[in-house]
Design a protein around this ligand. Sequence first.
Ligand code: ZN
Ligand code: ZN
Length: 352
Amino acid sequence: MHEIAGNCHMHTPYSDGIKWHQEIAEDAIRAGLDFIIVTDHNVWVDGVERYYENEQGKVLLLVGEEVHDMRRNPQVNHFLVYGAEKEMCRYAPDPQRLIEETRLTGGHGFLAHPFDPPLPAFHEPDYPWLDWQVEGFTGLEIWNYMSEFKGHIKGKLSAVQVALRPEKYIMGPDVQVLAKWDELLAQGKRIAAVGNSDAHGQTFSLGPVRRVLFPYEFLFRAVNTHLLIPRPLNGDVAHDKRLILDGLGRGRGWVAYDMPHATKGFRFTGQGLNKGVMGDDVKLDAGATLQVKAPTACHIRLIRHGQVVAEAKNDRTLTHIPVEPGAYRVECYLPYLGKNRGWIFSNPIYLR
Ligand SMILES: [Zn+2]
Ligand SMILES: [Zn+2]
């Protein structure tokens, strides 16, 4: 298995971002990412997918789309489409149809920032997912950096404080998203997870002072998605794109907060009648084990359908002998700037 890291939710001036594809790619190279997926609002931008290179390295830029119904007020139900290879926003008024049409293309669809908070001090509404009766989506965006940022702002002064030092406030995925994920997993569904920046390059004005608060590069060093792929990327766009989209669709990886400490090297594996990694089905037998390896000592929690079934504190490993089938996922917490913060949120291993 080969590990790659990427970010799968960001915007350019085709919608409401400030940087173009080439510039964002350079930021991603500086941040050390292997791939990024640009997801402008309601526009699938053709013709920019490729490897972007400079003397520091290269990154594969892919194009997806963040679809929502522009005529609905407020504009809830943001949906991230990866790999559809065509414009999907015409299906936005009917979320179930949008999900089905995405599947028909062979692409993958994730509910974006499903519990987005409002920002009353700035008359900004919330953009949560509301239509929970839908079926068949690939997964949830369990951690959206900019959405969490909004949630920490209590007023205009607080906005300045949080914006100047966001790393003091960012704590982890919304507990409501994790609870919803566990609820869906407990119903026997396969639900993959991604974690993203939602980078726009927001600027902030205070009198004559105007600065970019959330540069893309800063956000690419924060909440990312790491994938395990069966073969290394080889530089061929079609080949590498297939591996990345397949990894996202199966949930073969974890949501990472790479700022406190690199999450590279994290592994969660299962051994039963067969061997598997995150996103895989493993057949349960009497001698089955689940194993977690973290890149540094942390608080590890193994969770099945919302219940913590095993945990290890200040440790790099955890081994558990499961007796029940179900979806098992891992959370790791790490002290950073005086607080225990969410660090790694793995996709599940499905014990059948
Ligand atoms: Zn959105
Ligand atoms: Zn967005």
